[in-house]
Structures are given as structure tokens and as C-alpha cells.
Design a protein around this ligand. Structure first.
Ligand code: ADP
Ligand code: MG
Length: 356
């Protein structure tokens, strides 16, 4: 899972490293998060016949002795990287830790089953903090009928680290992969995008934690789209799906890479909340940047054939989730093009948050 800061000017140290390629090679930043995952994937070929998808999608997929497909996903949230204890509460942090994993199961069209928690705890936290963290996780899990199976608790030398592993289940013929997009398919996204990045920007500027502030709430307490993911999978309407954790541009990029296709996304069709439209100009020079590359919206981004459009829209209406068609899939020789209101290509600076 990636994270979450509006693009900032590169610090001098990074700029200097760029000018000395021999030194840069030694650092993770020379390959980046996704380069690193590629590197791991290439060195970890999985040839068990019961593993249908290992590294490369929102969750791994494997079969058991019956018909069901099982799903497994894990995400780590680290203090100072993924959250700041000054701008969240332990309860909300617990809810979000589980939500980011629920969102990955949703993106596969699956239903959550069980979860395990790995905690690295610094001594400055209290038992009351841990209790509230678990209250948050359990409140979130209960909404989706997921049960805590166990975990691990260790001391941390640095900040708090929360690792959640979530298992889920899906119908054998209805698992939704990143790799199924076809030229001509339409690209849809649920809800609104960019709110979380602006919520983070507000928190960093000192806005206090309040569930009444829409953007802040979207950042601190995202709502995983499990109902929509299952409904779309059950209705067999979708060709590929991913959740928006790294930003629309980066996550659509993952669908394009896995499906070996290109896409056009129309800037003016991106769904922006009223709060986004009101507050973005005061927070960001490029008013589309948070929507395209902010990340952590945990909406579902998916593709479907044009003839399925009204069925897809009816499905989302039934679940009560807004849906927008933001573009279309193009041919295998194409890449991602973002088109502005004048029909010109829009250049995006950053595609999602970079870890390294
Ligand atoms: P997401 O944003 O949906 O959580 P990621 O970008 O974190 O997905 O991961 C993409 C894929 O790479 C997933 O299949 C994930 O399991 C795999 N992956 C990420 N990090 C590692 C790692 N350190 N070792 C093995 N697989 C990894
Ligand atoms: Mg994901």
C-alpha cells in the first residue's frame, strides 16, 4: 500500500543523490516501491497448482478442497509514514488499519472472513491506547462479519507499526483481477476521489480531528466498498478491478500494466466532492493533482464493456454508491493519457505517492 502526501519539492539531499548515479544505485529509491515489488516477484516464482494468483494483484487467490476461492492480503501502517498519532485517534487508526485491507478484498470481488494483527509497539503507548485501537478494528470488522483469529505483539525500537492480514472468500468464477481490461471497455470509479489527500493536507496544516469535516473524515476513516465489489462480481459485470490506494493514475496504471492495454481518462469526468471543489484551490496549485495522484481514497476503480454500462450503474445505485465513468480503455500499443476539457493531453507530475 502506498501513501499519501501531496507532491512536494524534492529535498536537496535527494537532488544531490540523483547527480551521483553510483551512490543512488545503493538506495531503494533507485528502483522505487513497484520496482522493488517486481524484483521480489521475479525472485519468488510460485508454482503450486492451488495458487491462482500470487504477487501482483490486490490480494492473492488460492483454492481449497471445495469450490470456493480464498483471498489473502496484508498491509502495514507505520507511524510517521502512514499516520501521525497527533492527527488521529487510536479508535480511528484501528478502523483504518482494517479498512485498507477490506478494500483490497473488495477489489477482488470477495467477502472478508478472518484477520490477524501484528503489532510493533513502542513503550510510550498505553494499554488504553491498544484497547481503543482494537475497539476500532473490531467495529470495522463487525460491519463486514470478519473475525479476529490472532496475531503477534512485539516491542518496537521506533514508532508504532500495525500489520493486518485479512483472508477472504470469493465465488470461483467471479474473482476480479487487474488483468482483465479489454480495449473499448469503459473505466468507472466509485464515490469521489482526492478527498483523502486534501484531508491529509488539512490535518498537516493543523485542522483538528473532526468527523464533521468531510475531507478529514475521508482521510481518517475511509469506507471500504465491500458491498459494491461483491455486487459487481456477483453480477459478472466487470472485466478488471483495483482499489484506489495510490491514486487514480497510478492504480489505473496497474490495471493497464496487468491487462497490457492503454486508457484515456477525461479530467472533467473525475468525481470531485463539493468539499474538494471548495477547498482544493486553497490547498493545491493544480486542482486535479489530489484527485489523480493523492491516493488513499479506497474507492473501486474498474472496467466494464460499454454494453454493461446501465447494468453497472443500476448495480451501484442498488448498493447506494455513486459511480462515474471517467474514461475508456484503448489498445495494447497505447499508454495512459489524461485528457483535459479542451481535448489536450494533461501532464501529471506525480503518479501516486512514492515510498522510496
Ligand atoms: P495494494 O496497494 O493493493 O495493497 P501493493 O502495491 O502493496 O498492493 O502490492 C502489490 C502486490 O505486490 C500485491 O500482490 C502484494 O501482495 C505484493 N507485495 C507487496 N510487497 C510485497 C513484499 N514485500 N513481498 C511479497 N509481495 C509483496
Ligand atoms: Mg489494492
Amino acid at each position: 500500500m502506498a501513501r499519501k502526501k501531496l507532491p512536494v519539492k524534492k529535498p536537496l539531499r535527494q537532488a544531490r543523490q540523483k547527480r551521483t548515479p553510483s551512490r543512488a544505485k545503493k538506495h531503494l529509491s533507485s528502483v522505487g516501491e513497484f520496482g522493488l515489488i517486481d524484483l521480489i516477484a521475479r525472485g519468488s516464482i510460485c508454482d503450486r497448482p492451488d495458487v491462482l494468483q500470487a504477487i501482483g494483484d490486490d490480494a492473492a487467490v488460492f483454492s481449497g478442497s471445495g469450490q470456493d476461492r480464498f483471498l489473502a492480503t496484508t498491509d502495514v501502517l507505520n507511524e510517521s509514514i502512514h499516520f501521525d498519532l497527533k492527527s488521529t485517534t487510536p479508535y480511528l487508526l484501528g478502523r483504518k488499519s482494517l479498512a485498507v485491507n477490506l478494500s483490497d478484498i473488495a477489489a477482488m470481488g470477495g467477502r472478508p472472513l478472518y484477520y490477524l494483527i501484528g503489532l510493533s509497539l513502542p513503550n510510550y503507548l498505553s494499554p488504553a491506547f491498544v484497547r481503543a485501537l482494537y475497539r476500532g478494528m473490531q467495529a470495522q470488522a463487525t460491519c463486514f462479519d470478519a473475525a479476529l483469529l490472532g496475531g503477534d505483539t512485539v516491542a518496537a525500537s521506533g514508532g508504532l507499526s500495525i500489520s493486518v492480514t485479512l483472508l477472504g472468500r470469493a465465488h470461483p468464477h467471479r474473482v476480479l483481477y487487474r488483468s482483465g481490461a479489454r480495449p473499448g471497455d469503459l473505466v468507472f470509479v466509485s464515490g469521489t476521489v482526492g478527498d483523502s489527500a486534501l484531508g491529509l493536507a488539512l490535518l498537516q496544516k493543523g485542522t483538528r480531528i473532526s468527523s464533521r469535516q468531510h475531507l478529514v473524515r475521508r482521510h481518517l476513516d475511509p469506507e471500504p466498498r465491500v458491498g459494491l465489489g461483491c455486487a459487481l462480481a456477483d453480477a459478472k459485470l466487470v472485466t478488471s478491478m483495483i482499489d484506489v490506494s495510490d491514486g487514480v493514475a497510478a492504480d489505473l496504471g496497474h490495471i493497464l500494466d496487468a491487462s497490457r492495454v492503454g486508457a484515456e481518462v477525461y479530467l472533467e469526468q473525475l468525481p470531485l466532492s463539493r468539499a474538494y471543489q471548495q477547498q482544493c484551490p486553497g490547498l493545491c496549485v493544480d486542482v486535479y493533482a489530489p484527485a489523480l495522484s493523492g491516493g488513499e481514497d479506497y474507492e473501486l476503480l474498474f472496467t466494464a464493456a460499454p454494453k454493461k454500462r446501465s447494468a453497472v450503474e443500476a448495480c451501484a445505485r442498488k448498493i447506494g454508491v455513486a459511480l462515474s465513468c471517467i474514461g475508456r480503455i484503448t489498445g495494447s500499443n497505447e499508454r495512459l493519457k489524461i485528457i483535459d476539457g479542451e481535448g489536450q493531453e494533461y501532464k501529471l507530475d506525480e503518479k501516486g505517492f512514492r515510498h522510496f
